[in-house]
Design a protein around this ligand. Structure first.
Ligand SMILES: [Zn+2]
Length: 187
């Protein structure tokens, strides 16, 4: 097979050279009243944001989640357990990549809870502007979970409106969204 990032022949979906070159560095972004932490430079992993639409992309995403989220959650000091809520909005995708990321990345006092926030909107949001996103809310359906505290997870932050809407939905349902995590932020 070929490396999804550099296209050179490789034993894995990400070759060893790329795997060593791509460093996970936590960075904090402020999305109005929600903090979001991202881990990779967008340019480093941009090819994978296309690969995610194919079944093999799951393997590459899993590797990125293990490198970034797992040590972060393992070292995170929390007083109470928190639910990790993948934002599960890609209708018609081959698989839910946010679920793949949450499953591979959870650790410590953070437990993934799947299918808790599901978008009811049928719109396609990739590449759309802030104005479009603001005018077409995703209308998340909330399903309960045990923990009071929640950490939101998405693969890519573009305008931040999805995460803000998700956080608002949690608050409306009596939950406490602590912050959000994502692999990268597209500027
Ligand atoms: Zn490579």
């Amino acid at each position: 097979m070929r490396c999804l990032l550099c296209l050179k022949p490789s034993l894995g979906y990400i070759c060893r050279e790329c795997d060593e070159a791509i460093k996970a560095r936590p960075r904090v972004h402020t999305l109005r009243d929600l903090e979001a932490i991202t881990f990779y430079d967008y340019d480093d992993i941009a090819p994978l944001t296309y690969a995610k639409y194919y079944p093999f992309g799951a393997f590459a995403l899993k590797r990125l989640a293990i490198k970034a989220f797992k040590p972060f959650f393992r070292d995170l000091k929390l007083e109470n357990a928190a639910a990790l809520i993948p934002i599960d909005d890609r209708l018609g995708a081959w698989y839910s990549h946010s679920a793949v990321l949450a499953k591979a990345g959870a650790d410590g006092m953070v437990t993934p809870r799947f299918g808790r926030l599901r978008a009811q909107s049928k719109e396609r949001y990739a590449g759309k502007t802030f104005a479009f996103r603001a005018a077409h809310p995703r209308r998340f359906a909330f399903k309960g979970f045990a923990e009071q505290n929640a950490i939101l997870l998405d693969d890519l932050i573009t305008t931040g409106t999805t995460l803000l809407e998700a956080a608002f939905t949690l608050e409306k349902n009596g939950k406490n969204p602590l912050f959000a995590v994502a692999l990268t932020h597209a500027q």
